[in-house]
Structure formats: structure tokens, C-alpha cells
Design a protein around this ligand. Structure first.
Ligand code: PMP
Length: 315
């Protein structure tokens, strides 16, 4: 088993599978269960940050992430055998039993159980749910940036497969765009939607700043219904910046003073060049930096502003 695991895989001691804790190395499936069943799988990405005093793990927007998992399952026509309250407990249990003392990324996911030979996985098949987790290193508060490029791949549309939820299959779209961006010497792609308007990156939403006004593609632009986007809109508004949710043109990217990605995994990631054009002075802009600081302050519980977004892991 160990010889099959890549050395860079970060793994917990325990994961939660279908109602009970299982040692990580024992959570196996038959190889024939991997293919078609995966096409229908849905997942979530959730973070638990260590509080600013180093004492407690704080899950960020846990209930909203779990709600989105059920929304994804509904659209994928999967019925999960556990209710949201049970999964909430599972997430807390996974954090406790693995004794984490650092920032943790959690991946709850649901997939059709057993070996499925039909190419079209039918609706209503029995599902398994797993809660996996691993340690990550946060980029919040660090000096960073990425080179982005508009992709020749269009974002999947509502007419093909809904981008607003997290289905594993959707990620083939972002993956192809990422490979293209890397081959052309950039870090990440920005995908345009089927109407030729800006949508998002392969793992994060996008916003730009021009003359002190923030603009981000609307929820009907072919984007995931992102919780970091929602958080950013709230925090930027509280910081006093006008935020527009609307269609965004490609050429607005070229005139922006600042551009940043936002997502649970990527956090607030400044874009320093777009299609080779420097954005602002080529480093994170002032509004991006303010948002990054406000976000870190909230997720680590330093700010007392949004206690409703935090679930402390106690016990
Ligand atoms: N878009 C895509 C395609 C993503 O995978 C993610 C990461 N979940 C996001 C946007 C950001 O969503 P969230 O802020 O809820 O993590």
C-alpha cells in the first residue's frame, strides 16, 4: 500500500467513511469501483484555521460548505445516506481524532458505492461519504502573486453541466485550462464563459479593482457559488469599497489596477500579470492586501466581527 502512495501525499491518521472512523490505510475500494462512479462524485473543500492565539481550530463557514455539498448532490441526483447534522459531527470528529495543531483542509465527498458498470451512473444509486483531511500552509499575510492568462478553453456552462456546484467532473474543464496556461508560461488560467465574459479560475473566483471600485463576475457568469467570494464581498463592503457583481469583459482585465483570485484553497491570491500585461505595479495592490488582512483576521478569530462564520473545534 505504502509503495502506491506518492511521497507528497499529506494524509491523516483517520478518516471518516460511511458513519465510522477508519485508519487511512484501510479505506480501500476495488479498482473497478473507480471509473464510472467517479464521474458522478461531488465534494467540498473546507478549511479549519488555527486561532490567532494558537489554542483552537476554527472551521470557516462549515454549515454553508456542507449545505453546498447537499446542493451538489441534489443536482448530481445523489442521495446521501447521512443528514447534514451527522456530517457536521463527522467533520468535528475527524479534526479531534487526528489531533491537529495546525491549519487543516477538509475534503468531504460523496460517490456512488460499489462497482458500477453502466456508463451512465443512474440517479439514486447508493452512495458512500468520506471525510478526508490534511494539513496545509496558509498563504495569508505572505507576499505572493501569480501570472494569469485568459484560456482558449471556455468555462462549462449551465447548458452543459452546472458550474455552480462542486462535481468532480467539472474539474476536467479547469484542468485542461491549467495545463494550457502552464505550457504557455503562466501560472493559472482565467476562463471566459459561453458568452465570452469573464467567469473564474479553475479553483477560485476572480475580482478586479479599477478606480477604487471592485467588480466580480455575477453568480450567473458560469462560476462556482463560492463562499470566499461571498466573504470577500462582505469584507470589502465593510471596508467601505463599492463592490459590483456583474458581467465582466476580458478587456477590463487589461485596465484593472488590481486583480485577485479568491477561494478556500487559494485564499486571496493576487494576480500580477494577465496575458503578459503587468497588473498595477506587478505586486499585490492595496485593496487586495487589505482584504487579505481582513480575511486572515476573521478566519483566525482575531476580529470579533463575524463569529457566525466560525465553528470552534472543542472537546
Ligand atoms: N471556483 C472553483 C471552480 C473552485 O473549485 C473553487 C474552490 N472551491 C472556487 C471557485 C471558490 O469557492 P470557495 O470560495 O467556496 O472555496
Amino acid at each position: 500500500m505504502d509503495s502506491l502512495v506518492r511521497s507528497d501525499v499529506r494524509r491523516p491518521e483517520w478518516l471518516w467513511r460511511s458513519g465510522k472512523l477508519v485508519p487511512w490505510q484501510d479505506a480501500l475500494v476495488h479498482v473497478n469501483a473507480v471509473g464510472h462512479a467517479s464521474v458522478a462524485a461531488v465534494f467540498e473543500g473546507i478549511k479549519a484555521y488555527l486561532s490567532h492565539d494558537g489554542e483552537t481550530l476554527l472551521l470557516f463557514r462549515l454549515d454553508e460548505h456542507l449545505k453546498r455539498l447537499y446542493d451538489s448532490a441534489r443536482i448530481a441526483r445523489l442521495t446521501l445516506p447521512h443528514d447534514q447534522g451527522e456530517l457536521r459531527e463527522a467533520v468535528l470528529e475527524v479534526l479531534r481524532v487526528n489531533n491537529y495543531r495546525q491549519d487543516v483542509y477538509l475534503r468531504p465527498w460523496a460517490f456512488p458505492a460499489g462497482i458500477i458498470q453502466e456508463q451512465m451512473v443512474p440517479a439514486g444509486v447508493e452512495c458512500e461519504v468520506v471525510v478526508d483531511s490534511w494539513q496545509f500552509t496558509s498563504g495569508l499575510g505572505t507576499e505572493r502573486g501569480c501570472r494569469a492568462a485568459v484560456s482558449s478553453w471556455a468555462r462549462i456552462s449551465e447548458a452543459a453541466m452546472p458550474p455552480r456546484v462542486k462535481a468532480f467532473s467539472n474539474y476536467h474543464n479547469g484542468r485542461l485550462a491549467m495545463i494550457e496556461a502552464r505550457e504557455n508560461g503562466h501560472d493559472w488560467p482565467i476562463l471566459l464563459n459561453d458568452r465570452g465574459k469573464v467567469s473564474e479560475g479553475p479553483g477560485a473566483c476572480l475580482a478586479l479593482v479599477r478606480d477604487g471600485v471592485v467588480a466580480t463576475p455575477s453568480l450567473t457568469s458560469g462560476i462556482l457559488d463560492s463562499l470566499t467570494r461571498d466573504t470577500s464581498i462582505r469584507l470589502l463592503t465593510e471596508l467601505g469599497y463599492p463592490v459590483q457583481e456583474r458581467e465582466v469583459d476580458r478587456s477590463e482585465l487589461y485596465l484593472a489596477d488590481e486583480i485577485f483570485f479568491m477561494g478556500t484553497g487559494w485564499e486571496i491570491l493576487p494576480v500580477t500579470t494577465v496575458d503578459g500585461l503587468r497588473v498595477g505595479d506587478g505586486t499585490a495592490g492595496p485593496i487586495t492586501r487589505q482584504l487579505d488582512a481582513a480575511y486572515e483576521s476573521v478566519v483566525r478569530g482575531r476580529s470579533s466581527e463575524h463569529p457566525e462564520w466560525l465553528t470552534p473545534v472543542t472537546g
